[in-house]
Design a protein around this ligand. Structure first.
Ligand SMILES: Cc1cc2nc3c(=O)[nH]c(=O)nc-3n(C[C@H](O)[C@H](O)[C@H](O)COP(=O)(O)OP(=O)(O)OC[C@H]3O[C@@H](n4cnc5c(N)ncnc54)[C@H](O)[C@@H]3O)c2cc1C
Length: 387
């Protein structure tokens, strides 16, 4: 077994690290404080190919593999989780489904501007009354009398990049009686009438990633912008989440690594009782536990990324690999942020250092794209075959 990265993977890793450390890290605290959407650095990320890493070149992407995508995400997240949230939605939740299920025209019209970073994409599955139980949606799409459009009505909640997005993949029921099998997916131009953006949600962490509710008020979606077949939407949503969870696992590894590195250095520098605090066994235990979990999360994440194309070629799902990586890495991010803050003592609690930001940012990784409880349910159901 060979654990080394290819030259191409090393190249994107170092390009992403350079960009993240030089251009994102210096502004992360300021954007966290203001909650402003970081348009300029996101535009730059697009220029560097980071908004469409796995997207084929003909649709404006960098045409790299899933491992490259994960490595890029780790680097961006280590500098700022909020930036990596925006990047991940564009790459996986938004683009992945269109690339797999879209027509040629849909890929050209809806993926190309987003892969280049000229436009922002978002993904609308969650509703005010349904998150984990996402099939229980109330948003409806009904064909117009002349059959040329779907009329969409309903509300989507917690939409990352919703306040600024140009395009959206949205899920709506075309046949409520059929429940999950009656859900269809649609490609939305966010600047058309009937697309109503709610207020920006005030959040604990990833504050520079804009999140809001979206109301569809008799939005007219041309029939040719339906993604996949009628009734295929829920399968598309779940398939896309398999890809998305690799991105969130990588984001978690990035946050965990940043927290761990800060704690490791501080444990050497900070003196108490006549020596470095890192010489105390209770601090050593924290360092050792963080290091082991971080490495395990990194390996699980890269395994899920590496297995993605293999599973696809075999017509299989990558569900357990992606869910395991997301579950373990997100809990590792929370663990490392918690331990690293503790190792910094009073300074960990200060806004002058990024430890409290890591702590707030890490929490979201245990919630979105399926909570930790839902990841455990997904893994156990796959392993046992029970419902
Ligand atoms: C910052 C942020 C950004 C987001 N971005 C997006 C986005 O871009 N697009 C989008 O569609 N959604 C997005 N979401 C929504 C997110 O995916 C949901 O919040 C998440 O799936 C949980 O759903 P919920 O909030 O409705 O919680 P609920 O489903 O109400 O869950 C509440 C609690 O019950 C637990 N629970 C629920 N069902 C079970 C079960 N069967 N077994 C055990 N425990 C269970 C959950 O784990 C959780 O602890 C975002 C959320 C946040 C906070």
């Amino acid at each position: 077994m060979n654990f080394s990265l290819t030259e191409e993977q090393q190249a994107i890793q170092s390009a992403a690290r350079e960009f993240a450390q030089n251009e994102i890290a210096p502004i992360a605290a300021e954007f966290d404080r203001s909650g402003e959407f970081p348009r300029e650095t996101i535009r730059r990320a697009g220029e560097l190919g980071f908004m469409g890493v796995e997207t084929p070149g003909e649709y404006g992407g960098a045409e790299m593999d899933a491992v490259s995508y994960a490595l890029m995400m780790m680097e961006i997240a280590a500098a700022d989780a909020a930036h990596s949230t925006i990047v991940s939605v564009n790459n996986s939740l938004y683009s992945a489904g269109i690339l797999t299920y879209g027509t040629e025209v849909q890929k050209k019209n809806f993926v190309t501007p987003v892969a280049s970073g000229q436009a922002i994409g978002c993904y609308g599955l969650t509703e005010p009354q349904s998150g984990s139980d996402s099939a229980n949606m109330k948003t409806r799409a009904a064909l117009s009398a002349d059959g040329s459009h779907y009329i969409i009505t309903g509300k989507k909640a917690w939409i990352t990049s919703g306040p600024v997005a140009d395009y959206m993949v949205v899920f709506a029921s075309t046949d409520p009686e059929k429940k999950a099998r009656g859900i269809s997916a649609f490609l939305i131009d966010c600047n058309q009438p009937g697309f109503v953006r709610g207020r920006v949600e005030p959040k604990l962490g990833i504050r520079a990633s804009a999140t809001c509710e979206i109301e569809f008020d008799n939005y007219r979606c041309p029939k040719e912008n339906r993604l996949g077949q009628e009734g295929q939407g829920f399968a598309i949503a779940m398939d896309v989440l398999d890809a998305g969870r690799i991105g969130i696992a990588a984001q978690s590894v990035g946050i965990a690594r940043a927290a761990y590195e800060a704690a490791r250095l501080y444990s050497i520098e900070r003196k108490a009782f006549g020596g470095s605090i890192g010489s105390f066994q209770m601090i050593q235990q924290k360092i050792a536990d963080m290091k082991c979990r971080l490495d395990a999360a990194y390996l699980l994440t890269l395994r899920a990324a590496w297995n993605k194309s293999i599973a696809k070629a075999q017509g299989a799902r990558n569900t357990v690999e992606a869910a395991s990586a997301k579950l373990f890495a997100s809990e590792t991010a929370m663990f490392c942020a918690h331990q690293a803050l503790q190792i910094h003592g009073g300074m960990g609690y200060s806004k002058d250092l990024p430890l409290e930001r890591y702590f707030r940012d890490a929490k979201i990784t245990e919630i979105y794209e399926g909570t930790s409880e839902i990841q455990r349910m997904v893994i156990a159901r796959q392993e046992t075959g029970l419902r």
